[in-house]
Design a protein around this ligand. Sequence first.
Ligand SMILES: [Fe+2]
Ligand SMILES: [Fe+2]
Length: 276
Amino acid sequence: MMGYRVTILCENTVGPVSGTLGEHGFSALIEWDSGSLLFDTGQGLTLLHNAQRMNKNLHQIRQVALSHGHYDHSGGLLPLLRNCGPKQVFAHPAVFLSRYRVNDRGEALSIGMPYPQDYLEGQGARFDFSDAFREIAPGIFLTGQIAASVTGPADSGLFLDPCGQTLDPFHDDQSLILRTGQGSAVLLGCCHAGLSATLRTVVALTGDTRIVAVAGGTHLGFCNDQHLETALAELDDFDVKRWYPAHCTGHRATFRLQQRFPGAVVVAQVGTSFEL
Ligand SMILES: [Fe+2]
Ligand SMILES: [Fe+2]
């Protein structure tokens, strides 16, 4: 069975590597003996800088997988393509939909893909769209579209329209699965589909209940207290060996994860790296 190394290139906070930078966003590099793949790209401010500080050559990467269309995961595509050559980009067909955060005062912020598809294609992106579960590299799978969470959306401020009429159903939200000898490792972008819904989908798709690691954004940082406790209680259904919370998990939910799973939580920051 293949071994993988996961290294966080973009995250909200900086970890062990001096001279790296944080930004609101997420990107993880996955390396194995014969290749590498980028899962998300951050918003574009720190990807190239951080990769250079960590001696990671992004020219060698031919494939990028996008967890969803939000700018803080997809915005790094443009600097990546311009500086490191053409890439095959795996994504859900709905990844280019317009998306907004609408606040309590009705003010809308556009938070979707910051560049149109044809423009990115002109810069060297070769999009490969699918909403289905698929293997994109040896032992590396995208979940495809995830059935909606039974507990409903944790974040009520995300819409498809700037008036805040149509809640974003997040059909494009998907996670990455690495198959290891000890079970599945799951990389999350923002996990807008819901943490338990995503893990349930992973177990169903792989037929393996063992989850060696869950890493990335859980979106638990946008839950109210009640929703957070419900989401945490739902995790008892799963056999997760190690947690690497990042990005939209936030400090409060990270502390609660540490309390609930003592000794099993490592905060994932820029520079955090682990082997599977
Ligand atoms: Fe995000
Ligand atoms: Fe997001």
